[in-house]
Design a protein around this ligand. Structure first.
Ligand code: ADP
Ligand code: MG
Length: 325
C-alpha cells in the first residue's frame, strides 16, 4: 500500500508547490478563512499549513491518510458537478508516503486536539495533542525516501517561487481568505483576508498598483456563460505572460482556446505584439466542463469549446473597443 501511495504521489506531488496546493485546498474545503503557511528551504525541508477550518475528528485521522477512504465523491453525479476543490481522496496518503508527515486537528466541540504521524507512509497511532480549532499539516523532508524524485527538486528560490506563484493565483480568487506565508522563519507574504474581490484591493496586493490602475473591468453574461474580471489597457506597459490568470468556476486553469480568444481580442483592438495581462473568471454550469482531465487539475475540457472561445473573444473585444472610443 505504501508503494501504491508512492506511485500516486508521482502524479499528485511533483514539487513543494503541489503539496502546498493540495493542503491549502483541503483547508479551504474545510471552510478556513485564515491559512498560515510556514516554509523552510523552499518547502523541501518543511511545509506547515495551519488553518482555522472545521477540523477532523480523532477517529477520522487514520481515514484521512488512507487511500480513497475519504473521497468526497459520493456518486457519479458528484463527479459531474464537483463542488469542492479536492475530491480524489489521495492527496494526503500520497504526500504522507514520501515525507515525514503529521496531521493535527481539533473540532470546535472536541475536548482536546489529536495528532497522527506518518513516516514515509508508515502510519502511527492517534495521540492527544493541544491544538486550536482547525487543522495543522506538517510535511518534512519531502521525497527523503525517494531519492530519484528528490534529485529533480530545484534551488530553494525556484521552489519558493512556484509556491508563491500558486498562492498569488489563489489570492486573486479568494480575497475573503487571509493567507500568511513565512520562509525560513521570516514573514514573506501576507494577503489580508477582508477584501471584496471587486474592490480591486486584492489586485493591488497581488499584481501591484500599476496593473490595478490600468485594469479595465470586464463583466458580461450570456447563454449561461459569465465572464468577469480585469484586462489591462494597452497603457499598461509591464504586461507579461506571468500576468495571465484564468479561472473556470473558481479554479485556476490553463486553457489554450480561451487564452487564444483573449489574445486575439487584444490584438484586434490594440497593438499587435504585446501580451495581454488579465485576471478573468469564467463561470458556467459545471456539467459543461470536465475538470478531470489531469490529476493536478490545471486543465479543463469544455463541452462547447467553440462557443466559449467566441463568447470570450466578443466580450473582451467589445470591452476593449469601448476604451478606444
Ligand atoms: P480529498 O481532499 O480529495 O478528500 P485528501 O487526501 O486531500 O482527499 O484529504 C483527505 C480527507 O482528509 C479530506 O476528505 C478531509 O475529510 C480531511 N482533511 C484533509 N485536510 C483537512 C483540513 N485541513 N481540514 C479538515 N479536514 C481535512
Ligand atoms: Mg484534498
Amino acid at each position: 500500500d505504501i508503494l501504491v501511495n508512492q506511485i500516486a504521489a508521482g502524479e499528485v506531488v511533483e514539487r513543494p508547490a503541489s503539496v502546498v496546493k493540495e493542503l491549502v485546498e483541503n483547508a479551504l474545503d474545510a471552510g478556513a478563512l485564515r491559512v498560515d503557511i510556514d516554509l523552510e528551504e523552499g518547502g523541501v525541508r518543511l511545509i506547515r499549513i495551519r488553518d482555522d477550518g472545521s477540523g477532523i475528528p480523532p477517529e477520522e485521522l487514520p481515514l484521512a491518510v488512507s487511500r480513497h477512504a475519504t473521497s468526497k465523491i459520493g456518486s457519479l453525479d458528484d463527479l459531474e458537478a464537483v463542488a469542492t476543490l479536492g475530491f480524489r481522496g489521495e492527496a494526503l496518503p500520497s504526500i504522507a508516503s514520501v515525507s515525514r508527515f503529521s496531521l493535527a486537528s481539533r473540532r470546535e466541540d472536541d475536548a482536546h486536539g489529536s495528532v497522527l504521524d506518518v513516516d514515509g507512509g508508515r502510519v502511527g497511532i492517534v495521540a492527544p495533542k493541544p491544538h486550536p480549532r482547525g487543522t495543522t499539516v506538517e510535511v518534512r523532508d519531502l521525497f527523503y525516501n525517494v531519492p530519484a524524485r528528490r534529485k529533480f527538486l530545484r534551488a530553494e528560490r525556484t521552489e519558493l517561487g512556484h509556491i508563491e506563484e500558486w498562492l498569488r493565483a489563489l489570492a486573486l480568487v479568494r480575497p475573503d481568505v487571509e493567507l500568511r506565508v513565512s520562509h525560513n522563519g521570516k514573514p514573506s507574504r501576507r494577503y489580508k483576508g477582508d477584501e471584496d474581490l471587486f474592490s480591486g484591493a486584492r489586485l493591488v496586493e497581488t499584481l501591484g498598483r500599476e496593473f490595478a490602475d490600468a485594469a479595465l473591468r470586464v463583466e458580461h453574461a450570456a447563454a449561461g456563460l459569465r465572464l468577469h474580471g480585469w484586462i489591462a489597457k494597452p497603457s499598461y506597459s509591464r504586461a507579461s505572460a506571468d500576468q495571465q490568470y484564468l479561472y473556470v468556476n473558481g479554479r485556476a486553469v490553463r486553457d489554450r482556446s480561451v487564452a487564444h480568444a483573449v489574445k486575439q481580442a487584444f490584438a484586434d483592438v490594440m497593438y499587435h505584439g504585446r501580451q495581454p495581462a488579465y485576471v478573468l473568471f469564467l463561470e458556467l454550469d459545471p456539467t459543461r466542463v470536465d475538470v478531470n482531465v489531469h490529476p493536478a487539475k490545471h486543465e479543463v475540457r469544455f463541452r462547447d469549446a467553440r462557443l466559449i472561445h467566441d463568447f470570450v473573444y466578443r466580450t473582451l473585444h467589445e470591452a476593449l473597443a469601448d476604451t478606444r472610443a
